[in-house]
Design a protein around this ligand. Structure first.
Ligand code: PMV
Length: 334
């Protein structure tokens, strides 16, 4: 039986997409830049249903390898995206789809980005539609997780989404080999976050500081881009941390507010500051969740992991690094 399996990595945003210009087409309020990871991945296997059923079957494979029906919230998002892809390609076949994540799901670690990237690739390819390129980038974005478009590429990635070309696809700025940064994630809470990114995007413009953020972003994005280009960690760290705090300032000052941080989030930020004070090449960023991504040069990983694992309230540590992007494999989930 024909099966297609795609593996797509999570990404961590350096300049964050926060707020939507258009919800129906998932057009962002601002351009974003991310770093694609290597070990934190989603896998998706697709085949045609062979039991005559006309509905899609959606399976979830947990970290221990146990296969079960996907929970309703996951199933509905998957089925909507599959329907979109079927319509695009013009086919009607019912599918069996299984997905899994190698890391905590829904905790602000881009599991929807990697999940929808893998799903869009696997289903697109299975149906004979696009499996790479700009069309795939646009289709992945329509899943509702705009950052999924960035998970289709490796290295440092930009999703332009600017006012003059809001529909632009994501594009690679630098390949992974350009600067082999690591990402040590301090997992403060592995459980799904209480306020989805989608809801956060909706609330963002309600912050009195949202308009000011839009004014500041172009210069900050350029600072990140140049620092990566020059492999200048100090300049990189300054711009990335500024951006992370800014995003959460907007989230916390939205009406109603989105508080993603927990006490241990702040404790990790303090530990990172302490290390920076000792001249370590480390800096922190946080997506829509309580977990802290500490970006660093490879030499810092042992000490950093040790320090972070001793911070009170840190549940676990995930050591990851920049990755080459998604791929198709011959090992299937079912
Ligand atoms: O792509 P979404 O809808 O999951 O939103 C991503 C939001 C952030 O992770 C906070 C920022 C980003 O650019 O990834």
């Amino acid at each position: 039986m024909k099966k297609v399996t795609a593996i797509a990595p999570a990404n961590i945003a350096l300049i964050k997409y926060w707020g939507m210009r258009d919800e129906e087409f998932t057009l962002p309020a601002n351009p974003s830049i991310s770093m694609t990871l290597r070990e934190c991945v989603s896998t998706c296997t697709v085949a045609a249903r062979d039991d005559g059923a006309t509905e899609d079957e959606v399976l979830w494979v947990d970290i221990g390898g146990r296969v079960g029906s996907a929970p309703p919230w996951l199933r509905s998002g998957v089925v909507r995206q599959v329907e979109r892809l079927r319509q695009y390609v013009g086919k009607t076949v019912a599918l069996r789809i299984a997905t899994s994540n190698s890391f905590p799901t829904g905790a602000g670690m881009a599991s929807s980005a990697s999940g929808f990237a893998a799903l869009t690739m696997a289903v697109g390819s299975f149906l004979g539609g696009p499996s790479t390129g700009d069309t795939l980038s646009r289709l992945a974005r329509l899943s509702g997780s705009g950052s999924a478009a960035r998970s289709l590429l490796g290295g440092f990635v930009e999703w332009p989404g600017s006012a003059d070309d809001p529909d632009s696809p994501a594009r690679q700025l630098f390949a992974a080999g350009h600067w082999p940064l690591c990402d040590v994630v301090a997992v403060v809470d592995p459980m799904p976050k209480s306020i989805s990114s989608r809801e956060g995007h909706r609330r963002a413009p309600g912050s009195p500081y949202f308009a000011r953020r839009q004014e500041l972003l172009p210069a900050r994005a350029e600072r990140v881009w140049r620092a990566v280009g020059d492999r200048d960690f100090d300049r990189f760290a300054e711009a990335v941390e500024e951006e992370a705090i800014d995003l959460h300032l907007i989230a916390m000052s939205a009406r109603p507010p989105c508080f993603y941080w927990q006490p241990a989030t702040l404790a990790v930020l303090q530990a990172v500051r302490m290390l920076r004070g000792e001249k370590a090449n480390v800096c922190a960023t946080i997506d829509a969740g309580p977990n802290v991504h500490v970006l660093c040069l490879p030499a810092e990983v042992p000490r950093l992991s040790h320090v972070l694992s001793r911070v009170a309230g840190v549940h676990s540590i995930i050591v990851d690094r920049i990755g080459e992007g998604p791929r198709f494999v011959d090992e299937h989930l079912f």
